[in-house]
Design a protein around this ligand. Structure first.
Ligand code: PEP
Length: 249
């Protein structure tokens, strides 16, 4: 059976305890969502968000984790600590972490292996820069990221891939439907032949998804949901995207 579609929100370095009212509103508007509904807040808000979402169908995730389980790594948090706080998911290899922290595909794979070990579902992000797209390198960049960032035992139960063109993140620009379909189809083919049922894992599109363009994006083949930045901060906006995904079936 195909896994449920996923609407995932990435709050990045936004939000505080007062923002949990948005979670309350989101859960009240979608008490039994017809898709998986996830918010990844800053690490400090994971535990309080889990506590306030307890009676609702909202899952909570981290935005990064260390590859080691514990130790002398000041400022970092481990996958096991995220799990202990109640997280179900962790975003890994977001383009902002690849750019700001120099994360390589090998780093992402090591973190994803740690996430799997801790019982977290890893959302592994891939995507080309504008210069790479202009140079015709999109599929080779994505192919390298998929080959290098997924650990051995990645399957549909422990891994999600988010295709996020770097030039579409936070810019209001989105690829054409054909461009999204081309990359998602390419990723699906890359996963074919890997061990387990990797070919069935969920592929999210991310980059300037809003309530107004969500339905069109969800109608594209091989799009199993979205990873949403800016539009995940407000319950009404994210709820609109959840509703579009529910309608897409
Ligand atoms: C993101 O950063 O993962 C993202 C998709 O951001 P936005 O929706 O704001 O473009």
């Amino acid at each position: 059976m195909a896994p449920r579609k996923l609407a995932a929100g990435n709050w990045k370095m936004n939000g505080d305890l007062a923002s949990l009212t948005e979670i309350d509103q989101l859960c009240k508007a979608h008490p039994e969502p017809g898709c998986d509904m996830l918010i990844c807040p800053p690490a400090l808000l994971v535990y309080p968000m889990v506590a306030s979402a307890q009676t609702h169908a909202l899952m909570v995730g981290g935005q990064d984790c260390h590859a080691k389980e514990s130790g002398a790594h000041t400022g970092d948090i481990s996958a096991a600590q995220l799990r202990d706080a109640g997280a179900d998911y962790v975003i890994l290899g977001h383009s902002e972490r690849r750019a700001d922290h120099g994360e390589t595909n090998a780093d992402v794979a090591a973190k994803a292996a740690a996430a799997h070990q801790a019982g977290l579902i890893a959302i592994i992000c891939v995507g080309e820069t504008e210069a790479q797209r202009d140079a015709g390198e999109t599929l080779s960049v994505i192919g390298d990221q998929i080959a290098g960032s997924l650990p051995e035992r990645s399957d549909s139960a422990n891994t999600v891939i988010a295709y996020e063109p770097v030039w579409a993140i936070g810019t209001g620009r989105t690829p054409t439907n054909e461009q999204i379909a081309e990359v998602h189809g390419f990723i699906r083919r890359q996963l074919d032949g890997r061990t387990g049922d990797a070919v069935n894992l969920r592929l999210l599109y991310g980059g300037s998804v809003k309530p107004v363009n969500a339905a069109e994006i969800f109608a594209i083949p091989n799009v199993d949901g979205a990873l949403v930045g800016g539009a995940s901060l407000k319950a009404a906006d994210f709820g609109g995207i959840v509703a579009a995904l529910e309608a897409a079936g």
